[in-house]
Design a protein around this ligand. Sequence first.
Ligand SMILES: Cc1cc2nc3c(=O)[nH]c(=O)nc-3n(C[C@H](O)[C@H](O)[C@H](O)COP(=O)(O)OP(=O)(O)OC[C@H]3O[C@@H](n4cnc5c(N)ncnc54)[C@H](O)[C@@H]3O)c2cc1C
Length: 325
Amino acid sequence: MMADTIWVWVELNQGKPFRGSLEVLSKAAQLGAAEAVVFGSGARAAAPTLGAYGASKVYVHDDAAYDDYMAMPAAATLGALIEQQRPALLLFATTYDGRDVAARLSPMLGSGLITDATDFSLNGGELRVSVPWGGENIVTATLVHNGTKLVLFRPKAFALEEHSGITPTVEEVQASIDPALLRARITRRVEQAAEGPGLEDAAIIVSGGRGLGKPENFSVVEALANVLGGAVGATRAVVDAGWVPYSYQVGQTGKTVKPTLYIAVGISGAIQHLAGMKGSKYIVAINRDENAPIFSAADLGVVGDALTIVPQLTEELKRRKAAGG
Ligand SMILES: Cc1cc2nc3c(=O)[nH]c(=O)nc-3n(C[C@H](O)[C@H](O)[C@H](O)COP(=O)(O)OP(=O)(O)OC[C@H]3O[C@@H](n4cnc5c(N)ncnc54)[C@H](O)[C@@H]3O)c2cc1C
């Protein structure tokens, strides 16, 4: 087994490498010899991009069968490749397919699988993986066998980092897909239309919590996000109450975000919410309770009624924008 060869399974999204996979690859390349594995139409063409994000070698199986039937054939091909090459680690971005493939591989290989991770390090072969758990504890995985260890990472766990000058070796995977594996397939893709930037990509996020009082008041958060050109987030309390869809939820069981500016409106700052947004560069909190825990995470705290402050702030920003400021 090569000690620190780290494989990253790269998912393609309409022929282009998925951003989350590139984030994981960027981190892997910092820690060891990073190699990428990519299947489906466009796999070969993706190799130079994967080199740019740190892959020294790219295993490709450019077969259209994966496009609609990803999980079962991908697990079979990956399993055979791992038996041959025995990398130390195989890392995935958390996506529906990533989870499906990793969950199938784990019993096939008898490998450990850690999900929902946000960071990892390798120390003399010991793998330390951070997993948010009731806030954030560090789970140390020391595996007792020499098999390939599997880890799934949350989106935005790592920054994208380009490496210049790497032209990866491309290795065509010699595999044929057993037709018996072409069973579970994607029959339809539905895109949810959304205005403005997505939460994971937004530089500015305005999030609302139960302090807004009732669902109609959530519009003050949306208006502020709109004038700032930002995305809208929420706490689990308001998602559970049905004010906004789950896709808005930031936190341990929601999305991990890393904007430049995070404005928390009427949010108490529970540890499970902090777990998803504390990596934001600047945090501004508006809360009427000066002892709210959110203020310990905030760079700027405003104590007061959000329903008075936020509309005034929005109006002032609109006025300045109109004046060209
Ligand atoms: C396993 C588990 C996973 C969880 N995952 C998540 C997660 O992913 N994301 C998440 O967000 N939570 C999560 N939670 C829930 C979390 O523990 C909190 O319950 C939740 O974050 C609280 O949401 P909140 O801040 O909107 O509401 P509250 O805690 O009720 O806070 C409301 C805040 O608004 C303030 N306020 C009230 N009125 C006003 C006003 N007029 N103006 C200004 N401020 C006002 C109050 O002072 C208070 O601080 C999880 C919990 C568990 C157990």
